[in-house]
Design a protein around this ligand. Structure first.
Ligand SMILES: NC(=O)c1ccc[n+]([C@@H]2O[C@H](COP(=O)([O-])OP(=O)(O)OC[C@H]3O[C@@H](n4cnc5c(N)ncnc54)[C@H](OP(=O)(O)O)[C@@H]3O)[C@@H](O)[C@H]2O)c1
Length: 254
């Protein structure tokens, strides 16, 4: 199947490593130009060098802390200028608050929610001018599943994202812009959070593996494929959807 991504332009927040990076690599292999951001400048430089070396198109990157609203807006404007337009907007970065203190709630609000809102506002006119535009938010199964931790802002922020994506889909579908949320379950990749837990607490990790019907965690590449398909023109009839990509980890019907 042709994902019809060749020559398209994609922006991904938080893509120096992890799921965002796997997605950026896949989109580059499919012929997209990509613009990414992350906080650590060295991480951004390394990622851009590697991404730029893949296939046709270009890769651009900026060091940005998405808790900074003005900097976030400037990044999106610069990314659109460098790419020469925008077709795929993917908001992937998270504040990852699993503590639930005041600072964590604020970080979730700024990174998971407001960075997405700001990116959409800055990109909207350009997406409206695209032939096939999509907005994809990376949520979490934590938006619908209590996984045994103390209350924190992580799940609530991801749940708010789902409502916002639906509002975008309803408002801008007629402009040819789709909006969806993909909620991963536990995803392992080298150097990621689950890789750390596997080393630090193998018994807990083994319990999580056992709780997933497929008997293992997802991989970064598997998530990237799902994200790329939903965001691509090949997924053009998917709109206002919340897609749980968890190998069956959330043992619920909807
Ligand atoms: N991995 C999983 O099991 C899992 C499960 C469910 C949902 N998710 C969701 O999937 C997404 C990606 O998760 P991941 O595990 O791939 O994360 P990750 O490996 O920690 O990578 C996060 C990326 O975002 C960047 N980033 C973090 N905070 C940022 C900020 N304030 N401003 C700009 N960039 C920032 C990081 O670079 P810097 O640190 O240099 O900024 C990095 O490039 C998140 O939305 C997460 O909630 C992941």
């Amino acid at each position: 199947m042709d994902l019809e991504l060749s020559g398209r332009k994609a922006l991904i927040t938080g893509a120096s490593r992890g799921i965002g990076r796997y997605t950026a690599e896949l989109l580059r292999r499919e012929g997209c130009s990509v613009a990414i951001c992350a906080r650590d400048p060295a991480g951004v430089d390394d990622a851009v060098t590697a991404l730029d070396a893949i296939g046709d198109g270009r890769a651009f990157g900026w060091s940005v802390d998405l808790t900074d609203g003005d900097r976030t807006r400037a990044f999106v404007r610069d990314a659109i200028e460098s790419l020469g337009g925008l077709d795929l907007l993917i908001h992937n970065a998270s504040g990852f608050d699993l503590v639930g203190d005041e600072a964590g709630w604020e970080r979730s609000f700024q990174v998971d929610m407001m960075a997405g809102v700001r990116a959409v506002e800055e990109a909207l006119a350009t997406l409206q001018a695209s032939e096939e535009a999509s907005i994809t938010f990376i949520g979490s199964m934590a938006s619908k599943f209590h996984f045994g931790r103390a209350p924190s802002s992580y799940g609530p922020a991801k749940a708010a994202m789902r409502t916002y994506a639906n509002e975008l889909a309803q408002s801008y579908g007629r402009d040819g812009i789709r909006a969806n949320v993909i909620s991963p379950g536990a995803v392992w990749f080298p150097g990621g959070g689950w890789d750390r837990r596997k080393r630090e607490n193998p018994k807990f990790y083994a319990g999580v593996e056992k709780s997933i019907p497929l008997g293992r965690l997802g991989t970064g590449e598997e998530l990237a494929r799902i994200i790329a398909f939903v965001a691509s023109p090949a997924g053009r009839w998917i709109n206002a959807a919340h897609i749980v990509a968890d190998g069956g980890q959330v043992a619920a019907v909807d």
